[in-house]
Design a protein around this ligand. Sequence first.
Ligand code: PRE
Length: 290
Amino acid sequence: MKKIAFQGRRGAYSESAAYHLFGNDIEVVPMDTFEQIFQGIETGVVDGGAIPIENSTAGSIYDNYDLLYKWRHPIVAEVKLQIEHTLCALPGTKLEDLTEVLSHPQGLAQCSRFFGQHPNIKSTAFYDTAGSAEEIAKRGDKHIGAIASAYAAKFYGLDILKQGLENLPGVNFTRFYAIQKTAIELPDFKANETVKPPIKTTLLLMLSDSSKSGALYEALGCFAKRKLNLTRIESRPHPDRPWEYIFHLSFEGNPKDPNVVEALKELQQYTDFIYRLGSFREGTTEKLSY
Ligand SMILES: O=C(O)C(=O)C[C@]1(C(=O)O)C=C[C@@H](O)C=C1
């Protein structure tokens, strides 16, 4: 059985992502930090990992962008999960009893409106959503609540005080990647065949002359002129070259497509570093399930 790591405690959203990405026949391995997932894959302690990369309202999970650059483990799959947060607390607690609510910073950001409406409740960052549910179950304090999944609330024996706590109920999604030690074999490219969902490719790149005006525009022209659809671009500071940036760029395209091969060849003229981090099927949108 494959061992798949995720950051957090049992019941974290990333655990649900692990099942969607690798199937139900896996052993999930909770880890304290994202870096431990990458390390575990490197040393073979686990076979793969499920990592969040961005939320549709709160934005990028920068730690994972930086770890993808550092460790270069290939991305092999993607899923977009609809995240539904609950406010949970010890059995018998009422909303009026709460003075503090713990959760992962992303969970707090995605539920910021709740704190705006309840200025007397303090929000406290904790290292993951399910871990915050576990923590309040351990502390046994009726003044503290947690923001976590309904599954986590049940798992740690808590009551659900409110459901759909996210700022935009029904439209709060987090995109997750599956990473492992080796890349997957891609389907062959056939001209005039529409593959659904399409193959996406993610690259890391650095521009060779970023001080030149239009440098990024020219580099991206390689995709535009071949009608290759860019789906995401994120820039992150280089870890040891001040004011230089690493671009994480995703586009719809199979590297076996000659059009993609040409685009990447042309891109080399404008970059002094390109690395293909992965090519995989674009993720579908799914509901939480454990
Ligand atoms: O804390 C969790 O449950 C996680 O899986 C982490 C995480 C994240 O880092 O974005 C995953 C999905 C939600 O967006 C909130 C938190």
